[in-house]
Ligand binder design. Structure first.
Ligand code: GDG
Length: 460
């Protein structure tokens, strides 16, 4: 059997429960083939030489781990600058937040070249290579330039925007051409795949052989929409842990007379947090029966704090939640509990179970796993309600959620009210359908589906 090689910007230790479903699923696939996981070590070396990170080799069970350090200049240009200052905002439709500083792309390319060099020395001829996410788009092209002929697949975890938004990136043609060095490219949703098809059809006049096969630059690429899932059993098992149950009991006790609405995400401008807080304020204004009762717990775990847009967002959220509490709060009730800290993964299921409504209302999201985690741990007899943005990739699969346009503040408030008032039979019916879908299309289905497509017949 071929060995699986996974390449991602950050690598996780698949043996740690804190690793999360993706690391666990990839870890299982890697364990079964005695595979290799390659990526950035997470270490930034002050004053090191650009493009010359040190390689470290280690093991996690049967999985070989290979990590590379970044010097501060590479971290600045490849990670903060191009990946998170250009690709992340543009791919989330936020041209206004993109910093097209010409210097960043050089660092992005240099680090991809360095990763390719370090990785190429570790490869075997029959390896299957699976590259993850926007940090590493040109990796296969760099590997091919060095003579690597292995099967290489790429999965984009974030959305792919429509062609005219993509075309705002000065290097868009180079990036998209780089994708043709892969044998298979996976997207989260049909919408992303449609954008890709339109881009290559119009911008590079690719020969669109069929819905999944594209020919350009003398290369043929297969592309597929394959929505990522969660490990439902692993996450349900986590809900039975002592920490999770303690959390659930504590929240139920503390909020016995209240109704909890919950948001959990990294603090990121793609997640629609200010809009959500405004909609919650309208809920209190328009439906005053919620005053003294509805409580929004918003966990916004720290993320990319050295990128300016994130610091501004943090200020905006602090000021919005402070204003709502000031305007509506009472001595024994605060409407918003805004927590800018990470919550231990083992406690999350208990929090999800205590919530009557989950608010998953990103402005744009590749998939959104929080929506699926919430569904996974609800009590089927008395489940909570999922309010989901139509702009999350998950909306294509989770049609039975209450879907909203997060830019439409008053309709979102109305939907929050509808969620709070939903009858038990309707909640049960919707939850049953959602649970079935996330079970059928879980993370193992996703992982196997991608690998089967990658090792299937060559595109030529
Ligand atoms: C990218 C794409 C796509 C959140 N806060 C805490 C915490 N989390 C965990 C959640 C969930 C994960 O982080 C977040 O995953 P999402 O999918 O919601 O969002 P991104 O981080 O933006 O992920 C996204 C995903 O990649 C996978 O392809 O779905 O669209 O943007 O698992 O539970 N975990 C802990 N404490 C927190 O405070 N422990």
């Amino acid at each position: 059997m071929s060995r699986l090689v996974v390449v991602s910007n950050r690598i996780g230790d698949p043996r740690k429960p804190s690793a999360g479903g993706l690391a666990v699923a990839l870890g299982q696939a890697l364990q079964s083939t005695g595979g290799l996981w390659f990526g950035w070590s997470g270490k930034v070396v002050e004053g090191g030489t650009p493009g010359e990170g040190e390689l470290h080799l280690g093991h996690a069970g049967r999985v070989q781990l290979a990590t590379v350090d970044l010097c501060s200049e590479d971290h600045r240009s490849y990670y903060l600058g191009y990946s998170n200052g250009v690709l992340w905002p543009v791919f989330h439709y936020r041209l206004d937040l993109a910093d097209f500083d010409a210097g960043f792309v050089g660092g992005y390319r240099r680090v991809n070249q360095m990763f390719a060099h370090r990785l190429a020395n570790l490869l075997r001829p029959d390896d299957i290579i699976w590259v993850h996410d926007y940090h590493l788009i040109p990796l296969a092209a760099e590997l091919r330039a060095m003579g690597c002929r292995q099967r290489i697949g790429f999965f984009l975890h974030i959305p792919l925007p429509p062609p005219l938004i993509l075309a705002a990136i000065p290097e868009h043609d180079w990036l998209m051409r780089s994708l043709f060095a892969y044998d298979l490219v996976g997207f989260q949703s049909q919408a992303d795949l449609a954008h890709f098809s339109r881009y290559v059809g119009h911008e590079v006049a690719a020969d669109v052989v069929d819905d999944h096969t594209f020919r350009a630059f003398g290369m043929t690429l297969r592309a597929q929409a394959l929505p990522i899932g969660i490990d439902v059993d692993e996450f349900s098992a986590l809900s039975r842990s002592r920490e999770s149950q303690d959390m659930f009991r504590q929240m139920r006790l503390e909020y016995a007379r209240r109704r909890l609405l919950l948001g959990v995400e990294r603090l990121d401008y793609s997640k629609g947090l200010p809009q959500r807080l405004r909609a919650f304020r309208q809920l209190l204004q328009n439906y005053p029966e919620n005053i003294g009762s509805a409580t929004l717990i918003q966990i916004a775990s720290p993320s990319r704090e050295s990128v300016d847009a994130y610091a501004n967002l943090r200020q905006e959220l602090e000021s919005l939640s402070g204003a709502i509490n000031g305007d509506f709060g009472e001595l024994d009730w605060m409407p918003v509990r805004y927590i800018h800290r990470n919550v231990a993964r083992r406690r999350l299921p208990g929090l999800y179970q205590a919530a009557r409504v989950a608010l998953v209302t990103p402005l744009r999201d590749g998939m959104n796993l929080v929506a699926k985690e919430f569904v996974a741990v609800q009590d089927p007899g008395d489940p909570g309600v999922l309010v989901l943005s139509r702009f999350a990739g998950a909306a294509e699969q989770l049609a039975e959620a209450l879907q909203v346009n997060p830019y439409d503040i008053s309709r979102t408030a109305e939907t929050m009210q509808r969620a709070l008032q939903m009858t038990q039979p309707e909640r049960q019916e919707r939850h049953q359908a959602l649970l079935r879908r996330i079970r059928e299309q879980d993370v193992h289905w996703w992982c196997q589906g991608f690998l089967d497509a990658l090792v299937g017949p060559a595109a030529g």
